[in-house]
Design a protein around this ligand. Sequence first.
Ligand SMILES: C[S@@+](CC[C@H](N)C(=O)[O-])C[C@H]1O[C@@H](n2cnc3c(N)ncnc32)[C@H](O)[C@@H]1O
Ligand SMILES: [Zn+2]
Length: 273
Amino acid sequence: MNNTSHYLCPICQHALTLQDKVYRCDNNHAFDQAKEGYVNLLPVQFKHSKDPGDNKQMVNARRAFLESGCYQPLRDTLVKLYQQYINGGNVIDAGCGEGYYTMAHSMDNNQVYGVDIAKNAVKIAAKKYKQCHFSVASIAQLPFADGFAKWLYSIYAPIKTEEFSRLLADDGYLVTVTPGEKHLWELKQMIYQTPKYHNIGKQQLDGFELVAEENLNYEMLFAHGEQALTLLAMTPFAFKSSEQLLSDLQQANNFICQADFMIRVYKKSIVSS
Ligand SMILES: C[S@@+](CC[C@H](N)C(=O)[O-])C[C@H]1O[C@@H](n2cnc3c(N)ncnc32)[C@H](O)[C@@H]1O
Ligand SMILES: [Zn+2]
């Protein structure tokens, strides 16, 4: 079977065609489709390290944590926003991780593309969520044509305004999710002597106009210490955790911790010529 895909070749930017499980451009650059269904479009020469992005341990911890449902209110809010503003068209999850949010955006009337630089994450995303399209690529150079997407979102992942603006259709939207001031506050209190609030980040993004901002804040209850340890393992705090902290968390039954998210919807600014 010969299928023109929506992907572009990362080397020459020509369209890739899928034939016999190989994506190939007309310059004969070829990329195998992995058995899980994703394609690795990050050529070795573009990699800054051997295994870029989150490591396997963090990816597995994130999947276990997300599947516990603790961030479901965030997922539901994002899907609601998508349906309210667009509903249809091509959707890109930039820095999709293991695909929890990607899958939720998949509907009968759209195509959803999850992209991440971490092969470990993309692999388990593609294995589980067959209704979405997954690729390994960098946010700095996403493998799609100009104006391809109507809805592009970034959840706790790097934001590249120029590239996101290129990818969005003129009537497209960018959604960002970044930590709110008190995100994981109770966990931070256990780690730091004088914890600080998160800086809630930049509201202004070059090339975009902010059209909506929502702060989603709620308490998560971890009945068993094991669940709190899973949360810790998927955060950057994992690297800072002492034996004492691990043991305190392990024993902390009914640990309550805040989730605090800043959700922002931006419209692409149209530059008049
Ligand atoms: C904190 S995780 C969030 C993952 C997912 N959005 C979620 O919320 O479950 C950040 C993700 O961004 C990815 N990432 C970091 N730098 C990237 C880049 N330059 N290009 C693509 N993905 C990147 C990481 O591999 C990781 O999966
Ligand atoms: Zn090519």
